[in-house]
Design a protein around this ligand. Structure first.
Ligand code: P6P
Length: 338
C-alpha cells in the first residue's frame, strides 16, 4: 500500500479494516500531522525565521529547562491546531505545568492529547534533528476533565507517534496495528506513506547512551555497557557501535529503521529521580511504537507500558529497542536484585 498513499487514505483504510479509527480519532491524527507540518516549516527556517536561541525572558518550563523560542512556538501551534476541532477534551504538554482544558467556546471531544512539542531542543541551534512526540488517550467517562484523567498507563494509548524534523520530515504512527512512516512531500504539502509494517530486529550491535554519565550508573547498566565495549573478545563475542544524538526522536527513529538499543538509565546525579525522560509524553509513546514494531521497552524492572503513573510530569528510566538486548539488561537488573 506504500505507493503514494496519503495519511488520510491510510487512516480511512485502517478504519475499514477493523473500525479501530473512529472519525474523531482520524481527525485528531490529521490535525496533529498538520501542526507538525507547521512546526517543520518553522524549524526549517532556523536563523532566517528569527526562531533560534532561548525564549525572550529565558523562563524555565516545568522541567526546570530554559525554554527555546521554538519550544514555545511548537507548543502554541499544537494547542491552537487542536483546541477547536471537537475531538479533544484536554491537552498536556512538557512545556506546561497544568493541563489545558479545551475552552468552553469549543465542543469537547472524547480524547486526551499529550505531547512533547519539540523534543531534543538543545539540538535546535546546532541544526541537528529534533522532533514532536505525541500520545493519545481516551477521556474517562464522567464530568469535567481533570489532570487525574491523564494518569493512565501507556497500555491505554489509542494512538502514538512522533514527527522527526531532519533531512526529511517524517511522521511515524501507530494506532495499535503496527507502525507506519509518512514522509512530508513539500511540493504537495502532505504526508505520504513511505513504509508500513516497520520491524525492529531482535538483535543489534549498536547501543545509544550518554557515555559521559558512566561514573554515575548503577551496576547492571555498567555491566551491560562494559560487555558491549569488550567487543568480540568479551562475553558478547561481537563488536558494538555507539550512537548518541541527544534527541530521543532521532535515536528512536534510527532504532526503528535499523535496530539498536537506547538507554537513559537512573544515575547517581539525582538519585531521587527515577530517570531523566518523562513517562507520559516521551517514554510511553516511544515504547508503544517500539513494541508495535516487535521491540521491547522497560525501565530496567518492568514493561514501561504497564507503569501506573502517579504524576503528569513524572520521569522514568528507559531501555528500549531490539528485544534481545532489552531483555538482557532487564535480566541483569533482576540478577542484581537477587
Ligand atoms: P542528555 C532531550 O532533552 C532529551 O529529553 C531526549 O530527547 C534525549 O534523549 C535526552 O534528553 C538527552 O539527554 O543528558 O544526553 O543531554
Amino acid at each position: 500500500m506504500a505507493n503514494h498513499v496519503s495519511l488520510t487514505r491510510y487512516l480511512v483504510e485502517q478504519q475499514r479494516l477493523d473500525g479501530s479509527i473512529p472519525s474523531q480519532l482520524r481527525l485528531l491524527i490529521e490535525v496533529v500531522a498538520r501542526a507538525c507540518k507547521s512546526i517543520s516549516h518553522a524549524v526549517n527556517k532556523g536563523a532566517l525565521g528569527g526562531v533560534l536561541g532561548a525564549s525572550e525572558n529565558q523562563n524555565e518550563n516545568i522541567q526546570g529547562e530554559i525554554q527555546k523560542k521554538l519550544d514555545i512556538i511548537a507548543n502554541e501551534v499544537l494547542i491552537e491546531a487542536n483546541e477547536w476541532g471537537g475531538h479533544l477534551a484536554a491537552m498536556a504538554s512538557e512545556e506546561m505545568e497544568d493541563i489545558y482544558v479545551v475552552p468552553n467556546r469549543y465542543p469537547q471531544g472524547e480524547y486526551l492529547l499529550l505531547f512533547d512539542p519539540l523534543d531534543g531542543s538543545s539540538n535546535i541551534d546546532v541544526n541537528v534533528s529534533i522532533g514532536t512526540i505525541f500520545s493519545v488517550l481516551r477521556k474517562p467517562e464522567g464530568a469535567a476533565v481533570t489532570e487525574g484523567d491523564f494518569l493512565q498507563a501507556g497500555c491505554e494509548q489509542v494512538a502514538a507517534g512522533y514527527c522527526v524534523y531532519g533531512p526529511q520530515t517524517t511522521l511515524v504512527l501507530t494506532v495499535g496495528h503496527g507502525v507506519a512512516m509518512f514522509t512530508l512531500d513539500r511540493e504537495q504539502g502532505s504526508f505520504v506513506l513511505t513504509q508500513e509494517h516497520v520491524k525492529v530486529p531482535e538483535d543489534t550491535q549498536e547501543f545509544a547512551i550518554n557515555m559521559s554519565n558512566m561514573r554515575h550508573w548503577d551496576a547492571p547498566t555498567r555491566r551491560y555497557i562494559d560487555e558491549c565495549l569488550d567487543g568480540a573478545e568479551g562475553p558478547r563475542g561481537k563488536n558494538f557501535n555507539m550512537r548518541w544524538i541527544a534527541s530521543m526522536v532521532a535515536d528512536v527513529h534510527r532504532i526503528l529503521t535499523r535496530g539498536g538499543v537506547f538507554l537513559y538509565p537512573w544515575d547517581k546525579r539525582e538519585p531521587h529521580k527515577p530517570g531523566k525522560l518523562r513517562l507520559m509524553y516521551e517514554a510511553n509513546p516511544m515504547s508503544w511504537l517500539i513494541e508495535q514494531a516487535g521491540g521491547a521497552a522497560t525501565n530496567g524492572h518492568q514493561r514501561i507500558l504497564d507503569i501506573a503513573p502517579a504524576q503528569l510530569h513524572q520521569r522514568v528510566s528507559v531501555v528500549l529497542g531490539s528485544k534481545n538486548e532489552v531483555e538482557r539488561l532487564t535480566r541483569y537488573y533482576a540478577e542484581a536484585a537477587e
